[in-house]
Design a protein around this ligand. Sequence first.
Ligand SMILES: C[S@@+](CC[C@H](N)C(=O)[O-])C[C@H]1O[C@@H](n2cnc3c(N)ncnc32)[C@H](O)[C@@H]1O
Length: 213
Amino acid sequence: MSDMPAPPKHRWVRTEDGSYTLYSETYDENCHSTAGALGETQNYFINETGLAKAVPNSTHINIFETGFGLGLNFLETLKLFKGSPCHLHYVSTEIDRGLVDWFFNRHDEYKIPNVTYEVLIGDARETLPKWKEKNPDKKFRYIFQDAFSPKKNPTLWEKEWFDLLKSVSKDATLVTYSASHSVRKALEESGWKVENIKGYGHKRSATKAYNHG
Ligand SMILES: C[S@@+](CC[C@H](N)C(=O)[O-])C[C@H]1O[C@@H](n2cnc3c(N)ncnc32)[C@H](O)[C@@H]1O
């Protein structure tokens, strides 16, 4: 991807596993761990969620992602579904339309018959409730909680946000790179069952949470 021009207000950063992420000028933060963009994606969202093991044994999987970014989670997820009989519905959210246009002008990996997707453009705290109104019966089984850090992107780590995620999910597993005490507290207050998991790269811990509702 790094041979493509970076999207507006972003620049490419090479990470330690040789894969690339984007630095956001707006948030003054990289989209991934400097230890490895690809490694981090695979570790948290493909493996820790249980997704890689679930695809061969499932007929339909719904995923929700907080923060589409450069689409790395989406691309890695697509690899699991290519050639699989399992259907994927992937719903992501992105406040920066420039990133989404940039991605879909340059990729076509999502054009496979068993994949449908939606990227909700705008503030996720507004777009997800609207989506929920239109899709009252759809529930997510996997949640990729991948906003910028709680320090830079606080509104997507509060109890209100986790309440909303809980209301659109069922028997769900949420994974995030954050191990922050306040994030775990907000998840617990919202009724998620929180588990400590090993962090990727330079991070000692990360978080997995379950909604058994
Ligand atoms: C860490 S990056 C996501 C990386 C991405 N998941 C990937 O696989 O490349 C976080 C993203 O969240 C987006 N974002 C920040 N605040 C948001 C909000 N309120 N609603 C929707 N998206 C938001 C940012 O623009 C950024 O692209």
